[in-house]
Design a protein around this ligand. Sequence first.
Ligand code: NAD
Ligand code: UDP
Ligand code: UDP
Length: 345
Amino acid sequence: MFLRKRVLVTGGAGFVGSHLCERLLDMGCDVICVDNFLTGNKDNIAHMIGRPFFEVLRHDVTFPLYVEVDQIYNLACPASPVHYQADPVQTTKTSVHGAINMLGLAKRTRARILQASTSEVYGDPQIHPQPEEYRGAVNPIGIRACYDEGKRCAETLFFDYHRMHQLDIRVVRIFNTYGPRMHPHDGRVVSNFIIQALTGQKLTLYGDGSQTRSFCFVDDLVEGLLRLMNTEGDIYRPVNIGNPGEFSIRQLAEMVIEMTGSTAGMEFRPLPADDPLQRCPDITRARELLGWQPTIPLKQGLARTIEYFRSVVRSGQISAAIAETNRQAPVTAAAAPTSARSSAA
Ligand code: NAD
Ligand code: UDP
Ligand code: UDP
C-alpha cells in the first residue's frame, strides 16, 4: 500500500518554510504547516490552502504539540536580526523550548527530525571560509546572542537526543538566503536594498560596506534541505548549506542599483553591534554527502527577487513609508556596551 509521508514543517508560513511546504506538496507528501505567525505571513501559504494534503495549525512551538508524523523540519524561529532582537527572550525560548518539544515529538513518533541551524553559530568567524569543524566566535552576552546561543543550544539538544535516544537527526547550518517572500521589512540586506531601490530611496549601507556575506537563492537551499533529510546513512554531523560566492555589501548594493536602474545612490550608517565582518560557507561536506551545490548565481536570483518585490510594490503592499521604516538605525556597538567589539575598542 502506498503510504503518503506525513511531514511537519514548523515555521512553515515563513520565507523558507513556505517554499519548503510547496516542494513537499509537489513531491506528494502530506504536509502539516505549524506557525504562530510571529514573522510568517498567511499570504505566503494562501496558494496552498485548499490543496488536499496541506494543513495549517496556528501553534507556538514553545508549547507541546501532539501530531503523528514521519518527518519534522524544525524551522520555527525569527531569522532576521531586527525580528529576533525585538523580543530576545522569546527568541531563545523558541530555539530551546521549541527544540525540546519537537525532539520529544520525534522521540515519541520515531520521526526523523531536521533542525534549521545557522551560520550564526560561527559568530564573527576567525576562520574563513567556515567549515563545520570550526567552533565559532560568538559573543554570549551581545545582542545577537539570543539567536546565536539559542541555535547553538538547539544543536546541543539534537546531538544529546541522538546519543541518549538514538533519534534520527539532521542539522543544517544555513547561510544567508534570499528570494521571493522575504519579509518586506525585516531589515535584511537583500530585501532592504531592493525595496529601497524600487521606491526611489537611497540604499542604506551599514559600516563602510566592506563586510562580506554569501547569498544563497531559496530554491537551492530548499533542495539542500530535502537532500539532507532524505539521504540515508550516518549523517550525524552538521552540514553547511549556502552559496560560497562571497560579496561585499557594497558590491551587492552596486548590483541592485544596476539591475533596478535606481538613481537615488547610497548612504552610510553605523555598523550594528557584533555584525560579522565576513561570512562564507565551506560546502565540501554538502558536496560529498549530498551531492549538493548551489546552481543559481547571485545575479539570476536577484533578478527573480527584484521581479517579486516589483509586483509587491505595484500592488501597493509596500510604500515609501515602509521603506522608510527599514532605514531606522540598527543598534550600534556604541549603544550596546556588551558587544565584544565595543568592549575591545
Ligand atoms: P522567517 O522569519 O520568515 O520564518 C520563521 C517562521 O517561524 C515564521 O513563519 C514565524 O512566524 C515562525 N515562528 C517564529 N517563532 C515561532 C514559534 N515560537 N512557534 C511557531 N512558529 C514560529 O525566517 P526564515 O528566513 O524563513 O528562516 C527559517 C529558519 O531558517 C529559521 O529557523 C532561521 O533561523 C533559519 N535560517 C534562515 C536563514 C536565512 O537567511 N533566511 C539563515 C540561517 C538560518
Ligand atoms: N512533547 C511534545 N509532543 C510529543 C511528545 C513530547 O510536544 O508528542 C514534548 C513534551 O511536552 C516534553 C518534551 O516534548 O516536554 C520533551 O519530551 P521528552 O519525552 O524528551 O521529555 P519528558 O516528557 O520526559 O520531559
Ligand atoms: N546591512 C546593510 N544595510 C541594510 C541591512 C543590512 O548594510 O539595510 C548589512 C548588515 O549590517 C550585515 C549584512 O548587511 O553586515 C547582512 O545583514 P542581514 O541582516 O541581511 O543578515 P546577517 O547580518 O544576519 O548576515
